[in-house]
Design a protein around this ligand. Structure first.
Ligand code: ADP
Ligand code: MG
Length: 315
């Protein structure tokens, strides 16, 4: 079974949701009721050497990224991050590496007012598990399931840059700073996520590639989506690539950690306001449709027959 089938099987093994569980398995974070007014949003992600990174990554970049990818899930839920736990498995004790790793992690934590409140340290293959906890006012978490037909589909930032850096590194070339930072220093869109509360109808962070992640919104919302490749935001560096390569990276390159959300066309002015307030690029790339799945319109105005797939473990 591939990753999402395994998760679905696990989900099917629990007969009820459980006490205080507003939202369990299936979104960027779980939503748990902790008081009448507040809910806890909790999410966890693991980075393994050889799967998510290789030895060439600098220790402070790895510490930064381990927390950033987790904060990105809280951002997608519209939560305010507050606490983190860090489980670190390392092959041997290397004090300099450990301090550099921790400084990358803790500097980002303090930028977001996050306290490291626990974790685990042990010997083994290099693997980093992070759990983050944040809060939302009750009923205000943004989920994957609230999109409606006719809503606009919007993404933040530019797409495909992390995947471009990854492919350059694989070809033993040096990525330019934009894509290098996209891969190793992704900016979790925390302020944007919080600003979208009460405005966006659904949201997800793009970790597995735009098509895969927008597909999760479509599935969870029982609708479809239609996007146009010509509208996808592109960095200057990626625009220098040939068209097929650029489209492939934008549609299926993982690790963008931008937000993809839906919003009613009546709230379009919110986008201009947020762009200015947060100094962030927001691009309407298509719309939510009554059908199912994600349809991709290519540069010639035709529906792409075999759009590239997103990343999935065990596939
Ligand atoms: P994301 O890409 O946002 O981190 P994933 O695709 O990893 O989300 O996971 C999808 C959903 O499945 C999430 O709600 C996650 O918490 C849940 N999930 C993944 N693995 C497990 C597991 N082993 N046990 C329980 N829930 C899981
Ligand atoms: Mg996510």
């Amino acid at each position: 079974m591939a990753e999402f089938q395994l998760i679905e099987w696990l989900r099917s093994q629990q007969s009820n949701k459980g006490q205080g569980v507003t939202l369990g398995i299936g979104d960027d974070g779980a939503v748990l009721r902790i008081s009448p007014n507040q809910e806890l949003v909790i999410s966890t992600d693991t980075l393994n050497e050889g799967v998510h990174f290789d030895k060439s990554i600098a220790a402070d970049d790895l510490g930064y990224k381990a927390l950033a990818v987790n904060l990105s899930d809280l951002a997608a839920m519209g939560a305010s991050p507050a606490w983190a736990l860090l489980s670190l498995s390392m092959p041997f004790e290397d004090r300099a590496w450990f301090e550099a790793f921790s400084s990358g992690f803790l500097n980002l934590a303090s930028e977001h007012g996050v306290s490291l409140v626990g974790g685990d340290t042990c010997g083994g293959g290099l693997s980093i598990g992070v759990t983050v906890l944040g809060t939302v006012n009750t009923g205000h978490a943004i989920t994957r399931s609230g999109a409606h037909s006719g809503d606009l589909v919007v993404v933040s930032g530019t797409l495909g840059d992390a995947a471009l850096a990854f492919s350059r590194l694989q070809a033993l070339e040096s990525p330019a700073p934009t894509s290098f930072n996209a891969l190793y220093r992704p900016v979790p869109r925390v302020a944007l996520g919080q600003s979208l509360v009460g405005k966006a109808s659904s949201c997800i962070d793009i970790s597995d590639g735009l098509l895969a992640d927008l597909g999760h919104i479509a599935d969870a919302s029982n609708c479809g989506a239609k996007i146009e490749i010509a509208r996808l935001p592109v960095s200057r560096e990626l625009s220098a690539c040939n068209r097929p390569e650029r489209s492939r990276l934008q549609l299926s390159g993982g690790e963008d950690y931008e937000l993809c959300f839906s919003i009613s066309p009546g709230k379009r002015d919110v986008l201009d306001k947020l762009e200015k307030e947060l100094n962030i690029q927001l691009t309407v790339i298509g719309e939510i449709t009554p059908g199912s799945g994600v349809e991709c319109i290519d540069h010639d105005g035709c529906v792409m027959k075999q759009p590239p797939r997103g990343f999935e473990h065990f596939k």
